[in-house]
Design a protein around this ligand. Structure first.
Ligand SMILES: [Fe+2]
Ligand SMILES: [Fe+2]
Length: 405
C-alpha cells in the first residue's frame, strides 16, 4: 500500500520501548455523502475504523470496526486499498515509551444490511456518532478549527490531512469513471485504444508552435491530449444535435478528431511542417495497420491534414465532417475554459497577479474573441452562444466586484 505521509511528533525518548498498534479505516461514499464518525464533544471527524487485533488482517479489522462503530456492513469484495499513514509519538499510556501506528485506509462500499453497534468507552466520552457528510473538505475544516479543543491531536490532524487528500482522489476517480463511460458510449470502434496511442505520442509535448491571439499555452500546464479529449466531446455533442446527418460519417469524424492534433509532437520538434500536415502520415500509419480500408484511411487522414485551414469554414462546399471537426476544435478554448485559461496565463506571467490583471486579460482575449464567432452551423452557433453568454455575465459581474460603488 502506498504511504500517503508520515507524522512524527519528536516528543518522545528515542530509546524508549516501542508500542505498535496498527489500525484500519474505511472511506465509505454513498449517494455523494461520506460516512464519518463525529465527536460531538470536540467537534472533529474521523473515518470509521480502529485497531487491528491479534490474529486479524487489516481488512477483517476494517469490516469489524466499521460494523461496531457505525452499524454498517462493509461488502468485502468492494474493499480497495487507498494508502497508509505512519504516526510516531510519545506513548500516552507509557510516557517513557514510543507509540507507533500504521493506519491503513480503504475505499469500500456498504450493503443495505445493518449490524448492532458496539460502543467503546472513549466513544462515549467523546460523544461519537456516525454521520453522513456531503463534503470531506467541510469535515477537514472542522478538524482544523477544533484541533486544540480536545481529542487526540495526532488523530485529529491525521484525519484532517487524509480527508483533504481523499477529497481530491475521489473527484479524480469520479472523473476517470465518467470519462471511461463516455468513451465506451462513443461506439464500437476501439476509441480507447486510439486515444491511448495519441496520448503516447502527445504526452511529452508542451510546446505550442501555433496559437491564438496573444495566448501562450506553454506558460501553464496545457496538455494537447486533454485538448484532444475535450474536442472529441464537442464533436460528439455537435453530431448528436445535428438533425440532418447527410454526408456525416460518425466514426470517421470521431477518429479524425482523436488524431487531429497528433502531429503536434512532430511539428514541435522540427518546426518546419504544420502540425496538421505532420499528423497525416501518423494517422495513415495507425489506421492502415489497424485494418482500415485505404479509402477510409485516406479520408480520415485528409480531415486531419486540413483541420487547420479554418478559412475554409465559410466555404459552402466544405466537407461536413471537416466543418464539424473545425467547429469542435474552436469550441474548446471558449467560455468557462477560456476564463480559466486567461487566468492561468496571467498567473504564469506575473507572480503577484491581481484580480484586476485577470479581468484585464479576459476582457482583452476571451471576451472580444467571442464576438468574431467562427461558427457556421446552427448547432455550433448555439453552443458558442451559450459560452458567450457566460463570459459576458462573468465579465460584467467581475467588473462590478472590482469596482467601488
Ligand atoms: Fe490543431
Ligand atoms: Fe486542436
Amino acid at each position: 500500500m502506498q504511504e500517503l505521509f508520515r507524522m512524527d511528533s519528536g516528543d518522545y525518548n528515542p530509546d524508549g520501548p516501542v508500542f505498535c498498534r496498527p489500525s484500519a479505516r474505511g472511506i465509505i461514499e454513498k449517494d455523494g455523502k461520506f460516512l464519518l464518525m463525529h465527536s460531538r464533544k470536540f467537534g472533529y471527524y474521523k473515518f470509521p475504523g480502529g485497531g487491528i487485533e491479534a490474529g486479524e488482517d487489516p481488512i477483517q479489522a476494517l469490516i469489524r470496526e466499521v460494523g461496531e462503530e457505525t452499524g454498517c456492513v462493509v461488502i468485502p469484495e468492494s474493499v480497495e486499498e487507498y494508502g497508509s499513514v505512519f504516526r510516531r509519538e510519545r506513548d500516552t499510556e507509557n510516557p517513557a515509551g514510543i507509540f507507533e501506528q500504521q493506519n491503513y485506509y480503504y475505499f469500500c462500499e456498504i450493503s443495505d444490511e445493518t449490524t448492532e453497534r458496539k460502543i467503546e468507552d472513549y466513544e462515549i466520552t467523546e460523544d461519537f456518532a456516525p454521520e453522513w457528510v456531503p463534503f470531506l473538505t467541510i469535515a477537514a475544516h472542522e478538524n482544523r478549527v477544533n484541533m486544540r479543543r480536545g481529542g487526540e491531536r495526532g488523530i485529529v490532524e491525521r484525519e484532517m490531512r487524509v480527508m483533504d487528500m481523499v477529497d481530491e482522489a475521489v473527484r479524480a476517480r469520479h472523473f476517470a469513471k465518467e470519462e471511461a463511460e463516455a468513451i465506451a458510449a462513443l461506439g464500437d470502434a476501439d476509441y480507447a485504444g486510439m486515444l491511448a496511442y495519441v496520448k503516447s505520442v502527445l504526452e511529452p509535448v508542451q510546446t505550442e508552435g501555433e496559437g491564438g491571439v496573444g495566448v501562450h499555452k506553454t506558460e501553464f500546464g496545457y496538455s494537447r491530449f486533454e485538448h484532444t479529449k475535450r474536442v472529441l466531446g464537442w464533436a460528439k455533442r455537435l453530431y448528436d444535435r445535428t438533425e440532418d446527418k447527410t454526408g456525416l460519417r460518425y466514426e470517421d469524424l470521431m477518429i479524425a478528431t482523436i488524431f487531429h492534433d497528433v502531429g503536434r509532437a512532430e511539428s514541435a520538434s522540427h518546426g518546419l511542417m504544420s502540425h496538421a500536415a505532420a499528423g497525416v502520415p501518423i494517422t495513415r500509419e495507425y489506421l492502415s495497420s489497424h485494418g482500415f480500408s485505404e479509402e477510409r484511411t485516406e479520408y480520415i487522414a485528409a480531415l486531419v491534414g486540413a483541420h487547420s485551414d479554418k478559412w475554409r469554414m465559410k466555404d459552402p462546399s466544405i466537407d461536413r465532417n471537416l466543418l464539424m471537426l473545425m467547429e469542435a476544435d474552436y469550441l474548446d478554448d471558449m467560455g468557462a475554459l477560456g476564463i480559466i485559461m486567461d487566468t492561468m496565463i496571467v498567473r504564469a506571467r506575473k507572480e503577484r497577479a491581481t484580480f484586476y490583471d485577470c479581468y484585464n486579460h479576459i476582457s482583452r482575449y476571451t471576451y472580444p474573441m467571442q464576438y468574431d464567432s467562427p461558427m457556421v452551423t446552427p448547432e455550433g452557433k448555439a453552443l458558442w452562444d451559450s459560452k458567450t453568454t457566460l463570459v459576458e455575465q462573468f465579465c460584467r459581474q467581475l467588473r462590478q466586484d472590482l469596482t467601488i460603488g
